[in-house]
Design a protein around this ligand. Structure first.
Ligand code: ADP
Ligand code: ZN
Ligand code: MG
Length: 478
């Protein structure tokens, strides 16, 4: 029997507020353990939560960007469970009445957009963290800096059909959240996390199979691998006559397998009820309109505008706009050298992206500014340096952050275009290769390339290729 995967994703995104959701502690990452805590986020008896307005603002912004319907009234709920990183014994979340319903995300797949419907977005507080990194396996340490950091949870409908689609969904989601400025999307630091729900069913069947929830995947690559593994595991289990049990499984990235963690708890295990410490949250039309006004141009709109305004291929426009920082970089470079959008796009998409990848850094950490890359391209266009030399110059710019002109001057890399000096080299090359000259003149056209190569070699790559070609043709045929 042939099976088809059914996948629904739950994304948790930490919001970029300065303080936590129900107290004024800093929500910054990286402080020393338990530095950012107070009686409220430590869950001491008698304290009361006070809602951070900015959390709601950011959550509305994300919900609007994801085409959701904002609920005028939503309710805070207590989700009760015991765990050492949750001092109150419950997490404040939203349950029956979340902030936003519906919505969708367009996911580019094989050159087309697949629209994945969303179920809901709600707000909640993050839990603390248990640390086991002190070499002593009998001890756990609790760090409550993260307790009370604001989160939104974005739940998709089970409409995703492959591991690759899931990874692309997450890339698009990250792009949108970053564009809106509500989440930094940093999966290493846990500011964007994903649980994947995976089941399989016979192709053609309407009924869903039993789902397994995968946790603990902190990169797009791991999400994709974990889902791939899980699909195959379920297929094999069914083929062996086993039943899939509803459970939570953890992805072990070292071994490349998912492992059962616990049987999946049901909603009633959490004994949800409205939090008596918090009044219902009311969001009026005015607030929604206010947030709409500050909505930035998002990636799809920006890609369409890039293609139209700068006359670059749609593919380029799409690659350049996935990250807001890269789109900003491109536009700044074009402003500095309006004559060459397509060339700027090429340099960013090939040279710059490659170096960034090799260096393992983001574009905002690049030592080459948009203005500098624009200048480099202008120098090629004006014939000061060849494209080949430019690549060497670029590498040095990337390492040092120096201007192209400074490097060209320092290393004496200016392109030689003057016919006198080029002719001299050509004469010498022809004189040194009489055999090839004879063969060329007797019809072996291919040898032209040989002569160009020799001349360029003599000139250390600095000869202007157009002039070299022209003069060579003349000299070889005379
Ligand atoms: P739970 O109550 O177990 O958390 P939900 O109905 O809230 O389940 O769904 C959680 C996530 O699981 C959603 O993203 C949803 O799309 C997905 N999902 C639900 N049923 C299935 C299924 N049979 N296979 C795969 N994913 C599913
Ligand atoms: Zn606090
Ligand atoms: Mg759920």
């Amino acid at each position: 029997m042939e099976f088809e995967p059914v996948i629904g994703l739950e994304v948790h995104a930490q919001l970029l507020t300065k303080s936590k959701i129900f107290c004024s502690c800093s929500s910054a990452f990286g402080a020393s353990p338990n530095q950012n805590t107070c009686p409220v986020c430590l869950g001491l008896p008698g304290v009361l939560p006070v809602l951070n307005r900015q959390v709601v603002h950011f959550a509305i912004k994300a919900a609007l960007a994801l085409n959701c319907a904002i609920q005028k009234k939503s309710i805070w709920a207590r989700k009760n469970y015991f765990y050492p990183d949750l001092p109150k014994g419950y997490q404040i979340s939203q349950y029956e009445e979340p902030l936003a319903l519906g919505g969708w995300l367009d996911v580019p797949i094989d050159g087309k957009n697949k629209r994945v419907q969303l179920t809901r977005i709600h707000m909640e507080e993050d839990a603390g963290k248990l640390l086991h990194e002190h070499g002593d396996e009998t001890v756990s340490h609790v760090d409550l800096n993260r307790a009370g950091v604001p989160l939104i949870e974005i739940v998709s409908e089970p409409e995703i059909r492959s591991a690759a689609e899931a990874a692309e969904y997450l890339r698009q989601m990250r792009s949108i959240l970053r564009y809106c400025g509500v989440c930094d999307g940093n999966m290493d630091e846990g500011s964007m996390r994903c649980d994947a729900n995976v089941s399989i069913r016979p192709v053609g069947s309407e009924k869903f199979g039993t789902k397994v929830e995968l946790k603990n995947m902190n990169s797009f690559k791991f999400v994709e691998k974990a889902i791939e593994y899980e699909i195959e595991r379920q297929k094999a289990a069914i083929a062996a006559g086993e039943k899939i049990v509803q459970e939570t499984r953890l992805w072990d990235s070292k071994r490349g397998v998912t492992e059962s963690m616990r049987s999946k708890e049901q909603a009633h295990d959490y004994r949800y009820f409205p939090d008596p410490d918090l009044v219902p949250l009311l969001v009026d039309e005015k607030w929604i309109e206010f947030v709409k006004k500050e909505m930035p141009e998002l990636a799809p709109a920006r890609a369409a505008r890039f293609a139209r305004e700068y006359q670059i291929p749609e593919y380029d426009a799409q690659v350049l706009t996935v990250e807001k920082t890269m789109a900003d970089y491109f536009e700044e470079a074009v402003k500095a050298y309006p004559a060459g959008p397509k060339k700027i796009s090429n340099w960013i998409m090939t040279e710059l992206l490659r170096e960034l990848k090799n260096g393992g850094i983001e574009i905002e950490q690049s030592k080459i500014s948009p203005r500098q890359i624009a200048k480099l391209i202008e120098l090629i266009d004006s014939g000061s340096i060849s494209g080949k030399i430019a690549k060497t110059v670029f590498e040095e710019m990337f390492q040092t952050g120096k201007d192209a002109e400074a490097i060209i001057k320092e290393k004496n890399l200016v392109q030689v275009s003057d016919t006198g000096s080029i002719e001299k080299v050509i004469d010498a090359v022809i004189a040194a290769n009489p055999k090839q000259l004879e063969q060329y003149r007797s019809g072996k056209d291919k040898l032209f390339g040989f002569f160009v190569g020799q001349v360029m070699k003599e000139m250390k790559g600095q000869g202007n290729p157009t002039v070299v070609n022209e003069l060579l043709k003349k000299k070889l045929s005379s």
